[in-house]
Design a protein around this ligand. Sequence first.
Ligand SMILES: Nc1ncnc2c1ncn2[C@@H]1O[C@H](COP(=O)(O)OP(=O)(O)OP(=O)(O)O)[C@@H](O)[C@H]1O
Ligand SMILES: [Mg+2]
Length: 230
Amino acid sequence: MECLNINNVSAGYGGGLVIWGVTIRVEKGELVTLVGPNGAGKTTTCRVAGGILQPAKGEIIFKGDNVTKLNAEEMYDKGIVYIPQEENIFPSLTVSENLDVAFQGKENKDECRKKLFERFPVLGERSTQKAESLSGGEIQMLGVGSALVLEPDLVIADEPFSKLAPSIAEQILDVILEMKNRGISVLMVSETNPERTLKKSDRGYFMKAGEITKQGSGKELADEAAELMI
Ligand SMILES: Nc1ncnc2c1ncn2[C@@H]1O[C@H](COP(=O)(O)OP(=O)(O)OP(=O)(O)O)[C@@H](O)[C@H]1O
Ligand SMILES: [Mg+2]
């Protein structure tokens, strides 16, 4: 069953395009990874899928509905959680206040908070500390973990491993695989160690200079990752 279809999307900033004719499909419970060099347009693609940026052309279909014109808040209400590459938390707010923002409008927010603190006790221990005092790994636990407990239909995670030590990146990848195993669809951008993440992904897309230049199973792309990233 199809969850997300990015169909022939072109988008950019201030009237200039930076991605052209991008088509990506994510089925229910699939982990799909987007890789490519710096400036390829990976973040722009995620922004369009998350409703942060309106495409100039093409359409976004989510569970059969055309959501192209929806904004980020409306996408969230539909069941899409977008975890941006940067500024995915509010540094001057406490961990607990960040969760108030992450879980806003959800009826089961107390349950989500409890589940998150059970899964990541360190966040419970630091709940009254400002988020700026967290380590990079703890920040990603907050971002990715709060998406996990919300159990949306789709998570878009832009570079959830950037600047993390390998062992912490492995833990975050485990959380992403846990989401997938619960039937949550995940579109993830991975630049750090793409080979490792592609190997664990169902499918992957390679993007270069604003276009998708290759797609295949995670394993197929993993074998070619080193060559493709040049
Ligand atoms: N807010 C913006 N305004 C203008 N141009 C932008 C903006 N954000 C990105 N761009 C440009 O769009 C192009 C694609 O950028 P994008 O951030 O989507 O690439 P990326 O693949 O995510 O790169 P990275 O691996 O560095 O995160 C780049 O040329 C970039 O300079
Ligand atoms: Mg990016």
